[in-house]
Design a protein around this ligand. Sequence first.
Ligand code: 5RP
Length: 232
Amino acid sequence: MNFKEAAGEAALKYVKSGMAVGLGTGSTTDFFLIALGREVRAGNLTGIVGVPTSIRSENRAKELGIALTTLTLNAVLDVAVDGADEVAPLEGGGLALTKGLGGALLREKIVAQAAKVFIAIADGGKVVDRIGMHTALPVEVTQFEHGAHAGFFRSLGANAVLRVDAAGKTYVTDNGNVIYDLHFDKAVGVRDPAELEWALLKRAGVVETGLFLGITKVALIARESGVEERTG
Ligand code: 5RP
């Protein structure tokens, strides 16, 4: 079993029959979806309904036999499970995540905020001392005049790169927006993620950031030595 699979399997113990479950996006979460689908089809978990965080996860859940619902029908989820691109301690306590390399950050944050318990699953390679030390920070912006943000992102200390798809075309999210990946100095990272998030969110045109601050109740980190549970 690889580390992503071990993390996905470990999240299963937080799911009980009758729960409404947020279904994340990405290769680690895919292992969770496979495990959840297996238990549902075997009848070991009954009455499960899921809210997917992307069209990709919606299709995957359907393939795996996981029934779906919406936040309109189930405004509060019992649990949500999702991957992460970075996991770091937050100054003052709790956990900070970077998310969105898979492009689903907006729906992922909506679903995470609707969950009583949000669980992040990752392999040990995602653990950092500070956000920004390992990966870029994805920021979803409206298509309208998105080029106008370049100077703003620079003023925050970031080298911002408009995301493109494999064919080199501008990447468009499930919500019809585009993504800028903000690269900070990896040696330093982001000293104050809360301040950065606030600066980004007050800017018209910025729809959401990949910063998940203080949302995570448990991070399941899989390594050679086993799956570590970090509480937020
Ligand atoms: C998608 C995400 C993913 O959860 C994140 O990118 C981790 O993906 P993976 O498990 O494939 O490494 O935030 O928007």
